[in-house]
Design a protein around this ligand. Structure first.
Ligand SMILES: [Fe+2]
Ligand SMILES: [Fe+2]
Length: 480
């Protein structure tokens, strides 16, 4: 049996890890058989044309809060993916649901085997999916700095797949091994064998979509991981805790990426005294109205990832102790939700109504509301940019019912400001709210590869600072 995770990661092993893999030969052999399959998946669907590239990447060397990251040039296919869990707290107790105050589980209880496997597979499936979605972006990077950030996100999503595959192999026997194989077989956008969740089958076709994706969709990842970090199943809690430290960088890439696009557009608008979107576009920068349509799209498809607002599955995940609330440990209540209620919005007789439902069944809605607060704070930060330029435009989040395919708003038509529309009105007006093919074409037309150190594409401002305190003009990737 593998010992408990150590702070420091053993890189002398074929599979770097801090779970003492060397002392669990059967598991080690199984993972060593999975490893070449992972590498050929990476080869086939990971970042294209990177074999002659050395990228300045961070690699985890310790799961310590402060000391985990080591920076250096890495040849992309030689990145050391591994298995890193935050160390075990021997005294950890389950802190919510029916098993509250019992010791956290070090193994999977039989009664929760199937829902836990489903949770892990669903989370695991998103990780390789986003790598596949972003496969071609390297060819049109706006700078070496951005290219490096893209590949950092990609290798870490690959590592997140390792994190989930470790749990499947270690705790779910033969079923787990089969699921781990299937994770390498599904493909984002494939008609016959797609990724599990819809948002992960859309192609990320240009860098604006990429920044929006990392701001909105990676942040859904953060909230799902945070809820799993509360889990009674201790190995899941410990692995998701470490994944969250990596996720923070992905969201930084998204938030700062959109901020830099906004910055550049506002600079040009002010310098050349422009207000009209077509004039702004003529300068080769992305107009504010188009940015808003991308916010509407990425926000709404990401909200679908939270699932149905009212869900009996979510209730049983909570009472079982499998998945907690966001920040569960810091919530001042009895962590049981017995007779509590929670307010949700839905549509009744053609009108938007507020309804109280049992809090246990509304956990998806609650997680989504927590998420909405955080993205609203991000938009508020973005909005300081036009404000600073004296430009009256402000970005807004669409109402939660806008453009939804899953949950109580599916099948209804709402405007971004929450008016309920007929199907006809929706069809007439929605083109103004969502990115059109023409918008994608325009944004796509701006994309060109910029790889001279310190240079940036015209449509985006340089970042405020470089990576790891290095200058912006540092050579973040080398071709040879
Ligand atoms: Fe991830
Ligand atoms: Fe991520």
């Amino acid at each position: 049996m593998a010992d408990e995770p150590q702070q420091t990661i053993d890189y002398s092993q074929h599979i770097p890890n801090n779970v003492d893999l060397a002392n669990d030969r059967a598991l080690q052999r199984a993972l060593e058989r999975w490893q070449p399959a992972f590498l050929s998946w990476w080869d086939e669907t990971g970042p294209s044309n990177t074999s002659n590239l050395e990228v300045y990447l961070r690699t985890a060397v310790s799961v310590d809060r402060d000391g985990w990251a080591n920076f250096g040039y890495v040849r992309m296919p030689e990145y050391r993916w591994g298995i890193f869990l935050t160390p075990r707290d021997e005294n950890r107790k389950i802190h919510f649901g029916d098993h509250k105050n019992e010791p956290a589980w070090q193994d999977v209880p039989g009664e929760y085997r199937s829902p836990l496997r489903r949770i892990i597979v669903t989370q695991g499936d998103t990780e390789p999916a986003s790598v596949e979605q972003q496969r071609l972006l390297g060819a049109t990077c706006p700078s070496l700095y951005d290219l490096r950030n893209l590949f950092q996100v990609n290798v870490e999503e690959g590592r997140h797949l390792w994190a989930m595959v470790y749990l499947l192999h270690r705790y779910f026997g033969r079923d787990g091994r089969e699921e781990a194989e299937a994770l390498l077989q599904r493909r984002s956008g494939d008609a016959n064998n797609p990724r599990i969740l819809t948002a992960f089958n859309e192609r990320t076709s240009h860098w604006l979509a990429y920044y929006m994706f990392t701001f909105f969709t990676d942040r859904d990842g953060k909230f799902q991981l945070a809820a799993l970090a509360e889990s009674a199943f201790d190995p899941l809690a410990r692995t998701t805790r470490f994944m969250l430290t990596e996720e923070a960088h992905h969201m930084f890439v998204g938030e700062s990426g959109v901020a830099r696009v906004l910055q550049r557009t506002c600079e040009i608008m002010t310098e050349r005294n422009l207000t009209d979107a077509s004039q702004v576009r003529a300068q080769g920068v992305i107009d504010l109205e188009t940015l808003q349509r991308f916010v509407n799209f990425h926000c709404s498809v990401t909200l679908d990832l939270f699932g149905s607002e009212v869900s009996s599955n979510a209730a049983s995940f909570y009472t079982g102790g499998l998945k907690g609330r966001y920040g569960e440990a810091n919530i001042a209540d009895n962590h049981a939700l017995g007779t509590d209620s929670y307010g949700i919005q839905e549509i009744e007789d053609g009108a938007l109504v507020n309804r109280q439902v049992p809090a246990l069944t509304a956990l998806n809605a609650r997680l989504r509301d927590d998420y909405m607060r955080e993205i609203q704070a991000g938009l508020d930060r973005w909005n300081r940019i036009p404000e600073g330029f004296g430009i009256p435009f402000r970005m807004t989040l669409p109402q939660v019912g806008f453009h939804r395919k899953i949950g109580s708003f599916a099948g209804h038509h709402l405007s971004p400001d929450g008016r309920i529309l007929s199907k006809e009105d929706w069809e007439q007006q929605s083109a103004g709210w969502l990115p059109s093919d023409k918008d994608h074409e325009f944004v796509g037309s701006l994309m060109g590869r910029v790889i001279e150190p310190g240079k940036f594409a015209n449509w985006i401002a340089p970042p405020v600072r470089g990576i790891n305190n290095l200058p912006i003009e540092f050579e973040y990737a080398r071709f040879n």
